[in-house]
Design a protein around this ligand. Sequence first.
Ligand code: NDP
Length: 407
Amino acid sequence: MVNRGLTRRDIVAGSGVAAASLAVTMSSPASLAQAGGSARLIGQPLPDAVRLSPTPARPQRPDSVGIAVVGLGGYALNQMMPRFAQSERAHIAAVVSGNPDKLRRVGDAFGVLTNARYSYDAFEKIASDKRIDAVYIVLPTGLHAECAIRAFAAGKHVLCEKPMALSSADCERMIAAASKARRKLMIAYRSHFEPYNLEAMKLMRERAIGTVRLFRTEQSYRMGPTSPAENWRTSRALAGGGPLEDYGIYGLQAALYLTGEMPERISATAFQPSGDPRFTEIFAHVSSQWLFPSGAVAQLATSYDSAGTNFAQVRGTDGALIMDPATSYAGQKMRIEGRDGRELTPGNPDVQFARQLDHFAAAIRDATPIRTPGEMGLRDLRLMEAIYASAKSGRTVNLASDGRMLG
Ligand code: NDP
């Protein structure tokens, strides 16, 4: 069922996405995640690269939102947990892990009380822990949906890492669980809080390069030797098709927020080499071409088997916006080419992590709207499903204004 009341621009801007999702039926295409393997919560050793230094993330103000961090892996430990110290409105109230040694060492480093350290088996006990307002899910993607649903059942709000889940059907289940529990659901799309990307969105709204005609983006790196047994990012049950969900999602997002449109047609190619243990279950590269209603065209590529890059380029009738790197943790570069050519340095990308936390806290405490709601995560999963459907069939896929496949 297509929601005729919303334009493609409404959907991209986030307005009306909640309404659109209510019209969803639960008959989305079969998930890649269901194709093989199992998705189970399993604790992992502390990565060698992590050096835990004491970084207590204590409440900054009386109404600070207490967050339970679920999954103490590389991103949680290296990026997000240390950034809680910069947050004005959120603090780490608890940690949840499958590894008791990590619970102890990470809990000590971040000043988490011993009775606020939970195993996955004891997760439901957070329901009666009043110190915990919300759960931050930093697990492998194939585990996001079940964890979010358990958190909502425990009465907690949820900040969920990207991608939201591995299928639009799982996203719909998460949104329904949030709605039933009357709790907030936010997807951790950090670029929506990062000064370069925010400035790029503003420039595009102001038509700084005229009318957008072409968009190009790529997110790639070369993965070292590994296999699904060693690395969840190569497991279909935990990572879906691979690079698109993990890294290419940044280009997919940028294609939407920089053009300000939803695509109406997508054609795609996905390549899975044989005989490479890294790619027995996932794709090595995924590329797609989108046509927008305005006539603008986007080309998106992502790879786990080519030298690192992360750029976005928008070419308009009067100039171009070049972001390279576009969506990193740090080091963003951005320039306008053409009539008003210039380098742009709108701020420090490092603020993106804490601002994301503060935005989530404000939504909980002040009931302000969430800039990156579950409905945005659902929209993006629909587009990924369209990309995989086109790659599988070899045909162009036509889309409704909310990203669902037509026909
Ligand atoms: P890691 O592999 O480093 O950590 C994942 C953690 O999840 C593990 O350490 C483990 O924690 C827990 N876990 C539970 N079950 C499993 C299982 N079956 N297999 C593996 N781990 C399991 O992953 P990342 O931290 O890099 O990624 C986690 C999430 O964060 C993903 O959704 C990813 O897409 C997202 N991410 C977002 C980024 C961003 O920029 N926004 C950047 C990087 C990742 P424990 O031992 O404590 O139980």
